[in-house]
Design a protein around this ligand. Structure first.
Ligand SMILES: Cc1cc2nc3c(=O)[nH]c(=O)nc-3n(C[C@H](O)[C@H](O)[C@H](O)COP(=O)(O)OP(=O)(O)OC[C@H]3O[C@@H](n4cnc5c(N)ncnc54)[C@H](O)[C@@H]3O)c2cc1C
Length: 387
């Protein structure tokens, strides 16, 4: 009897999604996966963006008018899932920052001129974007950020710093969250698009991390950076609401990446458990291992289905913040549990670099922190019940 390890599909996917899945899969396996070990040392190269742009994979959900494919939201999930075959969490994250964190707010809030100047080249993979929310003194507490933008004539002057910024070293521009009116509470924030080669933008050190080594993570400083009024993304004073909207898409793609990464590790471990013998039988044949696989498969399936159904609601015009938070929380926890259990099943080999298990374990750990920690997800969910 064949062992069903492939992710079960959901009613959200059509034949077109599946065809796209096949082409992204072929590209990832042929052109990205062979380099994943090397890119742990060097970070993945910029040509990945250019190549994905050339193949039409960056603008899957962007309108034709801006060079995209005009696909629905599920195209994003397909891309995230297939990128997991590169077995490089850092690569998947670096690409997702562009496709799922920077392009959507540009499309939703940008002026026509901004879309032509920033969105179109990024869809082509000619420019690289990053998103700056987190600061040395404020991460979970987004409202506590200190980066200030002050109007000066018909310009804005920006001062502050951002940290843990993915793509920060390689990016051409940043979507920057600033405070423009400290007295105005949640109505005192504004987003800006800031070119990274402007005077006063300083790319400080490259940060050294536990995992996601294929991505670059930057500490950035902004010292008297002058930008014109046309650099405002969306409305002055509405940046908090805009970035909270952005975070919903970021969390859903984060959940998809977490589940897909853990699913790849599950499949790899299942194969290993069939080949590795102890006490005269494959380790997978011990009842304890069989039950571990059964538990992991059940949790992965539940996480995936929750994310798909939540994505369906999102794609149909709802704004299901509670369910998005649940999907992100559950997927992140399941991914970390699966990674830990797989490493255990591998035994000492799981601890060695050559099998790639420890890398997946390190990479997946980020999910419980990035894009909103487990604790923040619990806060959002709990508060949604009026508590
Ligand atoms: C590899 C990596 C890449 C990243 N990429 C980006 C990026 O591209 N752009 C960007 O802007 N950010 C990025 N981040 C930042 C990430 O989103 C933050 O790390 C995350 O939001 C948590 O913020 P913090 O690290 O400041 O933790 P803190 O906010 O300092 O939290 C520390 C601890 O306190 C807990 N805590 C905080 N508030 C509460 C509360 N109200 N109730 C209960 N517990 C609480 C947290 O859950 C956590 O356990 C990245 C981070 C990493 C590690």
């Amino acid at each position: 009897m064949a062992v069903a390890t492939a992710p079960l599909r959901h009613f959200i996917f059509t034949d077109e999604h599946e065809q796209l899945r096949e082409s992204i899969h072929a590209f990832v396996v042929k052109e990205l996966a062979p380099h994943s070990e090397e890119w742990e040392e060097t970070t993945f190269p910029d040509w990945v963006f250019a190549r994905m742009g050339e193949l039409g994979f960056l603008g899957l959900t962007m309108p034709d008018a801006y060079g995209g494919q005009g696909g629905d939201y599920y195209y994003s999930l397909v891309r995230a899932e297939e990128l997991s075959y590169a077995r490089s969490g850092g690569l998947s994250m670096g690409v997702a920052v562009q496709t799922d964190m920077c392009l959507p707010p540009l499309l939703a809030f940008g002026t026509e001129e901004q879309k032509q100047r920033y969105l179109v080249p990024s869809v082509r993979g000619e420019t690289i974007a990053c998103l700056g929310i987190t600061e040395p003194d404020a991460g979970s507490d987004v409202a506590g950020i200190k980066t200030r933008a002050v109007r000066d004539g018909d310009e804005w002057v920006i001062n502050g710093s951002k940290t843990f910024i993915t793509n920060g070293h390689r990016s051409d521009y940043i979507i920057l969250v600033t405070k423009t009116d400290p007295e105005a509470g949640h109505d005192g924030f504004t987003l800006f698009i800031v070119d990274m080669d402007l005077p006063g933008v300083i790319r400080e050190k490259k940060l050294v991390k536990l995992g996601m080594h294929a991505s670059d993570t930057a500490l950035l400083a902004f010292q008297d950076v002058r930008v014109p009024e046309t650099a405002v993304l969306g409305s002055v004073g509405k940046g908090f609401q805009q970035i909270m909207w952005e975070l919903q898409g970021e969390r859903m793609v984060g959940a998809a990446l977490a589940i897909a990464g853990a699913q790849r590790l599950f499949e790899q471990t299942l194969e290993y458990a069939g080949e590795r013998n102890a006490f005269g039988r494959p380790i997978g044949k011990f009842q304890v291992s069989r039950h571990k696989f059964a538990d992991m498969a059940t949790k992965l399936e539940a996480a995936r289905q929750l994310n798909y159904t939540t994505a369906w609601r999102f794609a149909n015009g709802e704004y299901p913040v509670r369910e998005i938070s649940m999907a992100k929380l559950f997927a992140s926890r399941v991914a970390c549990e699966v990674a830990d259990e797989c490493l255990q099943i591998y035994g000492g080999a799981g601890y060695m670099r050559e099998y790639g298990v420890e890398r997946a374990w390190r990479d997946l750990r980020l999910n419980r922190i990035g894009a909103g920690t487990d604790e923040i997800m619990l806060e959002v969910i709990g508060r949604s019940y009026g508590l």
